[in-house]
Structures are given as C-alpha cells and as structure tokens.
Ligand binder design. Structure first.
Ligand SMILES: NC(=O)c1ccc[n+]([C@@H]2O[C@H](COP(=O)([O-])OP(=O)(O)OC[C@H]3O[C@@H](n4cnc5c(N)ncnc54)[C@H](OP(=O)(O)O)[C@@H]3O)[C@@H](O)[C@H]2O)c1
Length: 248
C-alpha cells in the first residue's frame, strides 16, 4: 500500500465570476476537486484558477460514463474539454468514471428507466444480442475514490480511471428485486438501434436518455476494466447492489 500523507479536505465557497475571489479561496490548495454539476463555464473558471494558484492535481467533474468510447455526440462530451484545458496548462488531471450512481437509479430513478417499487424496468438491448451489463457505483465509493486519488503523488496517477461498485444487467436487477418483494417485476425491452435513433435525433439531449443509450450500447459495463483494487488498496469494501437494495 502506498504511504498516505495526512490531508485536509476543505469545502470552499467563492464567486466563480470573480477570478480574484476564486484565486483567494484556492491559495495553498494542492488538489482541486470539482464537484459542480453541469456548468461548463464554471468548470473552465475553476480550472484556470487552479492553474493560476499552482495546484498540482485537478479532479474534474466527471463521475459518470466513460464517454471516451462513445461513437456519437453526447452532453458528456463537454466534460472532456475541462480535462484537456487543464492538461494543456500542465496540471495533472485525473478523470474518474463510475457508471451510474446507485442512489440516483436504485430502487427508482430517472437515469435508467428503473422503477423497482413500481415493479417495472425498461432495458435498452441490442437486437438479437445479450442483455448489456451496467455498472452502478455508490456515492460513498466515489468519495472514497476521490480521497484515494487525491492522496497520491500526481506523477504516479493515470489520466483516467474507471470504478464500479457493482455490475448487473437490468433484467438481473428486476429478478433480484422480484425475489425480495415476492411479486413480479416487469422487464420490458427497447431495441437499441431504434432508441439510439430517437435519442440522437431529439432536440433535447438529456443526460438521462444518454445514460440509457450508453447502457444499451454496453458502454456502462466497467466490471472487467475498473481500477477498484488499485484505488481501494484494501482500505474499504465496495458497496454491492444487494447491500444497497436491502439497506444493509
Ligand atoms: N453517475 C451518475 O449517476 C451521476 C448522477 C448525478 C450527478 N453526476 C455527476 O456528479 C457531478 C456533480 O453533480 P450534482 O448532481 O451533484 O450537481 P448539481 O447538484 O447540479 O450541482 C452541484 C453544485 O454545483 C453548484 N452550482 C450550481 N450552479 C452553479 C453554477 N452556475 N456555477 C458554479 N457552481 C454551481 C451548487 O453549489 P452550491 O450549492 O454551493 O451553490 C450545487 O450544489 C457532475 O459531474 C454530474 O454529472 C453523476
């Protein structure tokens, strides 16, 4: 296990529109962790301030699908820019990809068409193909990962990592929940190509429809490509989907 220095985590408040304010807030900060929602302008302002104030590591606001493998345009594309900009300035930037937050999708959530208490799941599946697996990650595991990455020397860090607390097909989710409640959970499927056509031709490119699209394409399965062991280094147990659904 690498030696972990003691670090102090601070939540900082600043006016993003006033560069002086942001610089003042970031004085003496080594690692800048961007936890903002989808605000690309603020991401750029924060990245520039991290550069001006001499931060050595920037963790951009990713925490979602690994859009590097998408062969179509998506709203997540905007996230790529923030890392490129900070890297161009010479700051190490580590993108953390995690699939879907468990807390936002299970047992019910708008991200993936899952409504387990309503006993319905809609899965986007390729025609004639097997059900794609989808990685879910608990917010706690994301937070632990951020802390683990932030503790390490920037020079030993990769540019991007994938993590996954648990990975199941949506059908498996429905079947598991069915066994918990003793009542049928209906799993309906949508053809991937038709769904892709409707999403990509829509005037409104919502992140949730893009989570479903990526899931249907099999691009949210990080079960074999994740860096879980390296990141946790035996320091914590990853939360399982069963633990989340049963509240253990
Ligand atoms: N994988 C998943 O399933 C999943 C789900 C949700 C989110 N995410 C990702 O997680 C990250 C955080 O998302 P979130 O849902 O926590 O975001 P959020 O709730 O939309 O925003 C987080 C914070 O950003 C600040 N903020 C609001 N407007 C701002 C602006 N114009 N400029 C600067 N800051 C502003 C606010 O902080 P104050 O309250 O301090 O003003 C807000 O609490 C994002 O990258 C998002 O894509 C992933």
């Amino acid at each position: 296990m690498p030696p972990y220095p003691k670090i102090q985590a601070l939540y900082l408040s600043a006016n993003y529109g006033a560069p002086g304010d942001l610089d003042e807030a970031l004085q003496g900060v080594d690692v800048v962790i961007n936890l903002l929602g989808m605000y690309p302008e603020s991401w750029a302002q924060l990245g520039e301030a991290a550069y001006r104030t001499g931060a050595s590591l920037y963790i951009p606001s990713e925490f979602g699908p690994d859009h590097r493998s998408f062969d179509y345009q998506s709203p997540f594309e905007q996230k790529r820019v923030q890392s490129e900009q900070t890297r161009e300035k010479g700051i190490k930037s580590v993108q953390i990809f995690c699939g879907v937050f468990m807390e936002h999708a299970l047992p019910v959530g708008r991200h993936l068409g899952i409504d387990l208490p309503g006993r319905s799941v809609t899965a986007v599946v390729p025609t004639g193909g097997s059900d794609p697996r989808v990685s879910f990650t608990s917010v706690t595991d994301v937070a632990m990962t951020i802390a683990s990455v932030a503790c390490r020397r920037p020079s030993v860090l990769p540019d991007a990592i994938q993590i996954a607390s648990g990975t199941w097909t949506l059908r498996q989710l429905g079947e598991y929940y069915q066994s918990l409640i003793g009542a049928t959970v209906h799993v309906t499927t949508q053809d991937y190509l038709a769904f892709r056509e409707s999403v990509l031709n829509s005037d409104h490119q919502s992140p949730s429809s893009h989570y479903q699209l990526a899931a249907g394409a099999g691009l949210l399965d990080y079960s074999t490509t994740n860096s879980n062991d390296w990141v946790s280094a035996g320091m914590w147990e990853w939360r399982s989907i069963q633990q989340h659904l049963t509240g253990i």
